[in-house]
Ligand binder design. Structure first.
Ligand code: NAP
Length: 252
């Protein structure tokens, strides 16, 4: 049990990587606080976790709202009495296309969901962790924020995901002495609704960009998040941890 007696916030828990992570964390003993906009999905997932004898609370909301980040922390404190870790994972790809053709509203949307929301989450999560004497925070970045990997038209997404690496490193430096570790997780292409699930042509294109010639499953990426959130990574902070099937080292 890697997360026994730990309370963990998971955003983006209504789908894909976040849902797989919440299930894994609960199976590893965590009390999970689930966030995303789709309440029905969160309720279903919380039900599944409770039927497996886990503990889960959920609150639907938009990660762009500062009040929502605070409300998830309040829920963790109210239901489980503490906050040990957070997987700030919600994200969107937004519209894809060349920057000269990109609307400012798309740029603003992608940056606020993917990057500003991480700032808001950290602002809300760090004070209780500091008071408790420690914690672990993980932001879901992407290989696209580190190496383009052959993905065209992803300027806003790449900027937001690269920004998460800088934010994680700065927070790691500021809060290491408080016992708070902060890392960025950089998945490669992962089979989820955002990753092209249900569209065989897209899945094949993305799979072939990877030296391993396949995409990750959401469960594989959840395992990497589990490592960063658990005490197994007790000396890891400020790390952009790559779990990308080799896409960032690909030569051709
Ligand atoms: P997904 O299945 O589409 O899940 C995205 C999650 O983010 C959903 O739970 C969605 O919930 C939530 N979300 C989006 N906008 C939100 C908002 N404004 N407020 C609250 N929640 C919001 O995609 P995924 O692939 O699992 O993505 C998870 C993370 O991994 C993202 O940060 C993504 O950028 C990153 N990533 C994915 C891949 C990939 O290939 N799939 C690769 C690298 C990184 P609601 O719609 O219910 O709000």
């Amino acid at each position: 049990m890697e997360l026994e007696n730990k309370t963990v916030i998971v955003t983006g828990a209504s789908s894909g990587i976040g849902a797989a992570a919440a299930l894994l964390f609960a199976a590893e003993g965590a009390d999970v606080v689930l966030g995303a906009r789709r309440s029905a999905n969160l309720e279903t997932l919380a039900g599944t976790i409770r039927r497996g004898n886990g503990r889960a609370a959920f609150l639907a909301g938009d990660v762009k709202d500062e009040g929502y980040a605070d409300a998830l922390v309040d829920l963790a404190m109210r239901e489980f009495g503490k906050l040990d870790a957070a997987f700030n994972n919600a994200g969107i790809v937004g519209e894809m296309g060349p920057i000269p053709d990109m609307g400012t509203s798309n740029w603003n949307d992608v940056l606020s969901v993917n990057l500003t929301a991480a700032f808001l989450a950290a602002k809300a999560q760090i004070p209780p962790m500091k008071e408790q004497g420690g914690g672990s925070i993980v932001f879901t970045s992407s290989f696209v924020g580190f190496s383009n990997g052959g993905m065209p038209g992803m300027g806003a997404y790449a900027a937001s995901k690269a920004g998460l690496i800088g934010l994680a490193r700065s927070l790691a430096s500021d809060h290491a002495a408080d016992g708070i570790r902060v890392n960025a997780l950089l998945p490669g292409g992962t089979v989820t609704p955002a990753g092209g699930e249900g569209n065989p042509d897209v899945l094949e294109f993305i799979a072939n960009l990877h030296p391993m010639k396949r995409m990750a499953s959401a469960k594989e990426i959840a395992q990497a998040a589990l490592f960063l959130l658990s005490d197994r990574s007790s000396f890891v902070t400020g790390s952009p941890m790559i779990a990308d099937g080799g896409i960032s080292v690909r030569l051709t």
